[in-house]
Write a protein that binds this ligand. Structure first.
Ligand code: ADQ
Length: 745
């Protein structure tokens, strides 16, 4: 990482390609445009931020320059690009880049993530190149970033990069956005486990992970759960002490650019010229990169069916088929081109007449104005991908409809369908549905067209690319503010020393310890978590000092605590505060709830035990706990949410409540909590040092009830009302041993 300077933080964009293509001609650097939805969308967003001079308005874009540059020109290219502004090239041999881009990226990830498992190739050597290129990018990014910078990584080419970069620069703020779908777990799991886990763990290195739709978010979270056991809470995951946010950020377009271009006199004139050439024919427009995910062949077959069924439309309709060359080096793409050529030939041959061809086919890249003319003049846009992360063409068409008419036919498999319900939504695998939609579009009354297009235009205008970028960066800012709070709460070595000397100087101490997860590690089942000799020695040693009043405060039943800890000079609180045994005293009940609720609730809980193999009930006097640590993680998560919902409904306005612990749901009497139990102990004496340590939600009651001057420590990094955080249960052990040394000195 570069050294800290007084400079402001920058936004570092990482994508496969830089926003421009760079080459060397006669020893000189030449630049050209770099095509693609990502570059144009992001470019517009960055440009606007720069003009506005907002926070992070300075940026740097790191990517491959589009060609392999001979090593003797590296310095020249770097320095010229730096002079021009904001690009940092990543030099990679063209051959390696081909193996990476045309290999794992486009023969493994692209087909699988778009639900084409039969086209997916699984080759270890390709995975290795993918890792290698991600690592190479990591080196370049790590050398560029300065403290305060925000790194935003884009797309499926770099799913390992967030974790690699996190390792190199732990403090840096990292965001990741996936522009393609994230598939359902049943598809994702087709990747060898090493690759699937590598991808999930790689992504979890980011602070914010963004997808286009909530479905992709859900799919990703399921994969995280299945592969790592990490369970989210409303899209938040705790990963090695960091909170990671996973959320949907549907990408938009630069509305003003597309709308504004369509309004230009030049563009209108061009649109009128094309319209005149078509005479009375209605125009249907189809615009895509050449890609099997876009469903071009199926679209053509649907159009063929439409022509077959509706001879009255012959001579009166034309399909403008615009295809942009893409991924020229992949065989599948060559085959597809031949298939489309043949289909166009067949349909034209079958239906054409003197002076009319049903399809006009253009295989080329168009400039913005030429594309806008087509968007402006087309009566219908036919956008029917078989699978598409979002699809910007649909939104661009809507933005360009300045005359308030036009019909969008949109595949339900495109992310955009979620945002544009006023389109005619079709299933791209059904020729019938598509053919019917074509007829409906061509005959739709003008008033209906207007109502639909206006509604869609409002949405495309409001949720544009600027809002998308702003929301993503805002989420990153929030994350880093939260991370900051967490970092501030972390109990450092010097903080610990301070607490130790505070302890040393005090005369009367109340020490409260939760049991599971705090004094002993969490075990697969409760009976396995018994205190070892080391822990008992530690507690005995602490208890031997008459200044220390120790209370073990647990959700466990009193028999367990009595059996395992009853012989030590300390107080015990069982069942989250329902029972208390003062030091040297007998067990007393602190609450006397009516137990009739158990008979009502038991059948419901037993039903869930039946439904979830590996789960079981633990009946305590004042509560019932449903444990599911040993069950299949995903089913358990699902059923736990369902049961919690049902219980909350049932127990609404009663004196019972549902508590969510670590892989356990517990129903208990409200009054019996750890908070009231610690307060009862504090009534016994005037303490000048109070310490409480715990690891789960039930311990929060204790942290909140204690006076402000108490030292409260939560085990496990997550939002808490405790004053300090420690990463693991072992840290509490180390801390207590330090206190013990003072006790015995
Ligand atoms: P793409 O698969 O490239 O993007 P898309 O979102 O439709 O798909 O973007 C294509 C872009 O290329 C559009 O801006 C379009 O105008 C342009 N384009 C297409 N044909 C053209 C032509 N003949 N001439 C000129 N320009 C043409 C990936 C994902 C998408 C996701 C985007 C952005 O696959 O699902 O919407 O990223 O996240």
């Amino acid at each position: 990482m570069e050294k800290a300077t007084e400079q402001k933080g920058r936004l570092i964009i990482v994508s496969n390609r830089m926003p421009m293509t760079v080459g060397i001609e006669d020893g000189e650097m030449k630049t050209g445009p770099s095509a693609g939805g990502l570059v144009s969308a992001l470019g517009a967003f960055l440009e606007r931020r720069k003009q506005q001079g907002t926070e992070l308005s300075e940026h740097k874009w790191i990517g491959w320059p589009g060609n392999s540059i001979a090593p003797q020109y590296h310095d020249l290219v770097k320095s010229q690009l730096r002079q021009m502004g904001e690009c940092e090239p990543v030099f990679i041999e063209e051959q390696l880049m081909d193996q990476f881009y045309l290999g794992f990226c486009n023969k493994t990830i692209w087909p699988l993530f778009h639900y084409f498992p039969v086209l997916t190739i699984y080759e270890e050597a390709m995975w290795e190149v993918y890792e290698q290129v991600n690592r190479h990018f990591c080196e370049v990014v790590a050398a560029q970033v300065r403290p305060g910078d925000v790194v935003w990584i884009h797309d499926y080419h770099f799913m390992l990069l967030p974790a690699m970069l996190r390792e190199r620069c732990p403090e840096i703020s990292i965001g990741f956005f996936l522009h393609i779908p994230f598939p359902a777990y049943e598809i994702f799991r087709m990747l060898p486990r090493k690759w699937a886990s590598g991808i999930v763990e790689g992504l979890l290195g980011a602070d914010v992970i963004g997808f286009h739709t909530v479905d992709y978010v859900r799919h990703f979270l399921t994969s995280v759960l299945r592969l790592t056991g990490n369970q989210h809470q409303i899209g938040r995951l705790i990963v090695q002490g960091r909170e990671v946010q996973v959320d949907a950020f549907p990408i938009g377009i630069d509305f003003e650019r597309y709308h504004g271009t369509a309004c230009l006199g030049k563009v209108r004139k061009e649109a009128d010229t094309i319209r005149r050439k078509l005479v009375q024919q209605k125009a249907i427009l189809s615009v895509d990169r050449l890609d099997y995910t876009k469903g071009i062949a199926k679209r053509l077959r649907a159009y063929e069916l439409f022509l077959e069924r509706h001879p009255e439309w012959h001579q009166n309709v034309i399909l403008l088929l615009l295809v942009v060359p893409s991924r020229i080096g992949v065989d599948k793409y060559q085959d597809m081109r031949s298939e489309i050529d043949e289909l166009v030939g067949r349909i034209n041959g079958r239906f054409a007449d003197i002076g009319w061809s049903p399809i006009a086919y253009l295989y080329k890249n168009l400039g913005l104005q030429a594309l806008s003319s087509l968007y402006s003049m087309a009566d219908v846009a036919l956008v029917t991908p078989l699978r598409d992360g979002m699809n910007l063409v649909a939104k661009e068409y809507v933005a360009a409809r300045t005359q308030d008419n036009g019909v969008l036919i949109l595949s339900e498999m495109a992310g955009a369908a979620r945002e544009l319900p006023e389109a005619l939504i079709v299933n791209p695998n059904s020729r019938e549905e598509m053919a019917d939609a074509i007829l409906q579009a061509l005959t739709m009354p003008e008033a209906e067209q207007t109502a639909r297009i206006r509604a869609m235009r409002e949405s495309v205008k409001k949720y544009d690319v600027h809002r998308w970028g702003r929301l993503f960066l805002h989420a990153m800012e929030e994350r880093s503010a939260l991370q900051q709070v967490t970092v501030e709460k972390l109990l450092t070595a010097s903080g610990m020393e301070r607490l130790v000397s505070q302890f040393d100087l005090s005369k009367r101490r109340a020490l409260f310890f939760d049991y599971d997860g705090t004094l002993v590690p969490l075990a697969r089942s409760p009976e396995l978590a018994t205190p070892g000799g080391g822990l008992k020695d530690l507690l005995r040693s602490l208890a031997s000092d008459p200044r220390n009043d120790i209370t073990i405060i647990s959700g466990r039943q009193r028999e367990f605590l009595q059996t395992h800890l009853g012989d030590i000079r300390l107080s015990l609180v069982a069942e989250h505060g329902a029972w208390m045994r003062r030091r040297g005293g007998i067990w007393r009940k602190r609450v006397f709830p009516d137990h009739s609720w158990k008979t009502r609730i038991m059948p419901m809980l037993e039903f869930y035990v039946e439904r979830l193999p590996g789960s079981f009930l633990e009946e305590k006097e004042c509560s019932i706990a449903w444990h599911y640590r040993q069950s299949d993680a995903e089913s358990a998560d699902f059923l736990a949410q369902e049961l919690k919902f049902e219980l909350n409904n049932l127990l609404f306005q009663t004196n019972m409540e549902v508590l969510e612990g670590n892989k356990v749901l517990e129903v208990r009497a409200k009054s019996a909590n750890k908070g009231s139990a610690v307060l009862a102990v504090l009534d016994d004496a005037a303490y000048d040092f109070i310490l409480a340590a715990g690891d789960d939600a039930t311990d929060e009651d204790m942290f909140q009830a204690l006076p402000k001057e108490a030292v409260t420590i939560r085990v496990g990094i997550r939002p808490t009302s405790a004053q300090y955080l420690v990463a693991g249960q072992q840290d509490i052990g180390d801390f207590l041993w330090k206190l013990t040394k003072l006790t015995s000195k």
